[in-house]
Write a protein that binds this ligand. Sequence first.
Ligand code: SF4
Length: 238
Amino acid sequence: MDYSTDIRWRFGQIVTTVREYVEEQMQLGFLELEENENQLRERTSSYADLDLTGLRELAVACEKCELSKTRTYVVFGAGNEQADLMFVGEAPGADEDQQGQPFVGRAGQLLTKIIEAAGLTRDQVYIANVLKCRPPGNRNPKSSEIESCEPYLIRQVMLIQPKVICALGTFAAQMLLRTDAKISNLRGHFHSYHGIKVMPTYHPAYLLRNPGGKRQVWEDIQKVVAELDLSTPRPNDS
Ligand code: SF4
């Protein structure tokens, strides 16, 4: 092997090693490819002039994906529009679809307890989902549905400008952080979404099936409480 061939071979080895390292870090949730501001603006350009009222009016009439055919109500979001803390879940369930409000079923009741354990009320936070319409039978969202719907959430975040977003479950965390990493790897430490701190944690619906996860959610919420400098909460023993 002559000198130039050797250099090219070594360079190729370095590129391969770096690529493998980046892929591994992304899988573990330690590295996310954050969209730049231009990409973000481009994806929400149709909504750039809308405030939350205008955005809601657009969403409730939305037919951008097939979920519009099976929904009862669009579940836009609810809460304090100047909230420091925003919760983002996956999609409405059956109760939410019937009432047009986020997190009102059993999982919602558990979320309310989590919020209250943090020393807050639902009126002090903002709650929304990645998808605004219920997937039939609570199936997982399709990537095409997420792509169609996420500009609503992105614009909501841009307008509310919370200090911290608590991403509930896999889909919310993966969408915000542009990663395929598992929620078990993402939870427990802060990530960044365009300068806003994001704490991924388990979805309350997961906790209903796996109560053992409550301790980890409580640890995550305590970090959020400390970040927001709220008064010291008491553990949720629900
Ligand atoms: S899920 Fe989102 S994109 Fe699809 S119809 Fe509902 S509001 Fe529109």
